[in-house]
Design a binder for this molecule. Sequence first.
Ligand code: ADE
Length: 242
Amino acid sequence: MKIDLISILPEFFEALDLSLIGRAQQDGLLSIHRHNLREFTYDKHRSVDSPPAGGGAGMVMKPEPWALAMEHVLSRRETDPAGNSTQEHPVLIVPTPSGELFTQSRAEELSKKSHLVFAPGRFEGIDERFTSWAAERFDVRRLSIGDYVLNGGESAVIVMVEAITRLIPGVLGNEASLDEESHTDGLLEYPVYTKPAQWRGQHIPEILLSGNHARISAWRQTQAEERTQQIRPDLWQRYQSS
Ligand code: ADE
């Protein structure tokens, strides 16, 4: 998978060079390219924002630097001898609190794409005309990581890149661990324990030490259901009706 990240703070994404995602890049499973949006500005101050049309608080990101950055990204795609792209439109993800909720099933869908481009805005967001322009060249998704507001989309990009790329075969050391995680089957994950069997007066539930895999599996299922019912009644309702 190829990922292009465009931002006025490209250093933000250095965290993606660490740990499993860093290794996946070294192993060639993933290539992540960071671009500085200011390199696509041509005025003296390299400005990327201006006051909102119609007045109001804050600043809005100008569409032109974003369009130039996107044209740069598109120009680096493979083309046939006639100059047409040989692949489907790349997915352009615009993180925004006013977008559709980013979920595990959205992460699964996006993990199968070959090229993702992220356009995290700062300030009050990007001029709306940029999204319409981009929709003719990209499969555009406006996505929110939750019902709260961040200072900019960069941390949302890190969250989404991590959730998506760990689903690419080979990125995690132990792929089996994906099957039993929270949200994979619509339930929260059951509680987990490790050695020692007794710790500061608390014991590991006996059944986990029984060696009886069928009973352990049934216990875990019940725990996952009880937990989901208590902590996330919304998920529990959806699980029951699916
Ligand atoms: N930018 C600011 N807040 C955000 C959120 N909750 N999700 C995605 N992008 C954002």
